[in-house]
Design a protein around this ligand. Structure first.
Ligand code: NAP
Ligand code: MG
Length: 525
């Protein structure tokens, strides 16, 4: 049975839609109440009214409406962003279409385009401290984590993609019809709609924009309503880097309005989406109208498998804890199903639980914080529902299992055992710091169980037996398999899902195939 969790949009979540004249929030008051310092420049930036980037200009929503943007550490309002709808999407798509068909973008040489994309990476690095702080305030993640992970990875993606701008090539094809010369061109797809989630707001924007721009497309990007701020700041950096007007349009708003209008738009050539499998299917249906191309990076319920011959058990325990607790479990590839060979089951479970108990929860801006809050009240209620269901279904909670504290959206890092395959906590993506541990005895039973999920995003295998490691990596139905490690990402490494975890790949040169189309040209000699 699929658990359906209603998505309280306005009233139930306490989220308010504000008229523009109500001004704006700022992060200073809530943070300073908690004794945390914010860079004064960021405070000033937060106070500035937030607008959409359309046709190279900052523009309020057509309706004039704004929605509140929250700091999830204390539920305070830090800013207000345009509550855009179909009209704003129409304007943004029209601007992207003009930029694609007739602007300076298409005339730019690939070398110039590559240099421009490189500059975006440089500007992200130059503003890394401020961006990390903004990401922490908006999403809740520790500032230090954003500073060493999200921000440099986002910069690196642009730097990596910049090099490809001059290397997207067609082929000459030796066709068997005499007296013809045939070759292929790889051309941009056109106007791309991109819809991204809130778990790595800037990084997801980079994963989407980097390859789209490298291949010469124009874009309308809709960030998640929970975390629109770093995308808007990135918009400023794009203009500073010299991205021509209309090439990247950034429109904030809700999925059901702005997102749906973008996915259904007849003048959008492709949608690239990251988020839940449920919404991924809605995107596919919405795209059918003009048969736009679709790429999807969706959910996961990734098995992380530890064998008794792992060698360094502590390294595997640390790896298993990191696999689930990194980013508060709000990772599509989180190692949320821990499968442990029976002889070491108790040791590993106790080891991961000990790590969980030691994690210091707190606001992302506090330097001592190791895990921040979940992103929103809605997400807190989703995860809490799963924790409640697991208890009702008879699972054993080794540690955690509840909300932490009264304010903010904190959840205790949780380790669960004594689970059965049919339980919702075993089958469904929880997207919180919650891992289920299951023992196994034989490899023959392990593989079908590991693959017994609608998802296929990632998996981990921990063993010193190199043959076994490779055999299992080959048998797992997952887009990424980590052996004796977890959560290792690189701009050069393709990432994406088998089965219902998605269509297509992000990163690597493979992603460029999803942002180009091939034209065959035949010349009669
Ligand atoms: P979601 O609804 O799939 O949101 C992802 C993006 O899609 C957001 O920008 C969202 O907009 C937009 N969206 C929502 N409904 C849409 C629609 N009908 N048409 C077009 N766009 C639409 O995810 P969520 O509600 O934030 O999180 C729910 C669950 O999704 C999580 O618990 C987790 O299981 C999963 N999730 C997975 C990933 C991943 O990386 N694979 C990331 C986030 C969440 P707004 O949010 O602005 O309304
Ligand atoms: Mg937020």
């Amino acid at each position: 049975m699929k658990t359906t969790i209603s998505r309280p949009r306005v009233a139930a979540s306490g989220r308010k839609i504000s008229p523009a004249q109500n001004g704006h929030g700022n992060g200073e008051s809530s943070a300073s109440r908690a004794g945390l310092k914010i860079n004064p420049r960021l405070v000033e930036w937060l106070k500035k009214p937030k607008q959409n980037l359309i046709d190279g200009k900052w523009t309020p929503a057509a309706s004039g409406k704004l929605f509140d943007v929250f700091n999830p550490a204390d539920a305070s309002v830090i800013a207000r962003a345009p509550d855009s709808d179909k009209e704003d999407i129409n304007r943004a798509v029209a601007a992207a279409r003009r930029a694609f068909e007739s602007g300076p973008w298409r005339a730019m040489t690939t070398s110039e385009r590559g240099k421009l994309i490189w500059r975006i990476g440089d500007l992200i690095l130059q503003n890394a401290d401020e961006l990390a702080e903004l990401e922490s305030l908006d999403n809740g993640k520790p500032r230090a984590v954003a500073r060493v992970a999200d921000i440099p990875l986002a910069a690196d993606l642009f730097h990596y993609m910049a090099g490809w701008a001059t290397k997207i090539e067609g082929n000459t094809i030796p066709i068997s019809v005499p007296n013809f010369h045939a070759f292929t061109l790889r051309e941009p797809v056109g106007v791309i709609g991109q819809i991204i989630p809130w778990n790595f707001p800037l990084l997801m924007a980079a994963w989407k924009l980097g390859p789209a721009l490298t291949a010469g497309n124009c874009v309308v990007l809709k960030p998640a309503e929970q975390t629109p701020l770093s995308a808007l700041r990135l918009g400023e950096l794009l203009l500073e880097a010299g991205v021509p007007g209309g090439v990247v349009n950034i429109v904030t708003g809700f999925g059901e309005t702005a997102g749906a209008a973008l996915a259904a738009h007849d003048d959008v050539d492709k949608i690239a989406f990251t988020g839940s499998t449920e919404v991924g299917k809605i995107i596919v249906r919405a795209s059918a109208g003009n048969l736009k191309k679709v790429s999807l990076e969706l959910g996961g319920k990734s098995p992380n498998i530890i064998f008794k011959d792992v060698g360094d058990l502590n390294a595997a325990i640390n790896g298993a804890a990191n696999a689930i607790f990194f980013n508060h479990g709000q990772c599509c590839c989180a190692g949320s199903r821990l499968m442990i060979e029976r002889e070491i089951f108790d040791d590993v479970v106790e080891g991961v639980a000990t790590q969980a108990r030691k994690i210091k929860l707190g606001p992302g801006l506090d330097a001592t914080t190791q895990m921040g809050p979940l992103v929103s009240e809605e997400q807190l209620s989703r995860v809490s529902n799963y924790l409640h269901q697991g208890k009702q279904e008879g699972a054993c909670y080794v540690t955690g299992g509840k909300r932490a504290g009264e304010s903010g959206y904190f959840v205790q890092p949780t380790v669960i055992k004594d689970v059965k395959p049919g339980m919702s906590i075993v089958r469904e993506e929880i997207f919180g710091p919650v891992v289920v541990a299951e023992p196994f005895t034989k490899v023959e039973e392990l593989i079908p169980r590991a693959n017994q999920t609608q998802y296929g995003l990632a998996a981990g295998v921990w063993t010193r037996d190199i043959s076994k490691a490779h055999r299992i990596a080959a048998a797992l139905k997952a887009g990424t398999v980590w052996i004796n490690c977890y959560n290792v990402f690189d701009s050069a490494l393709p990432f994406g899902g088998y089965k219902q975890s998605g269509w297509g790949r992000e990163m690597g040169h493979e992603v460029l195939e999803h942002y180009t189309q091939t034209k065959a040209v035949v010349v009669g000699l």
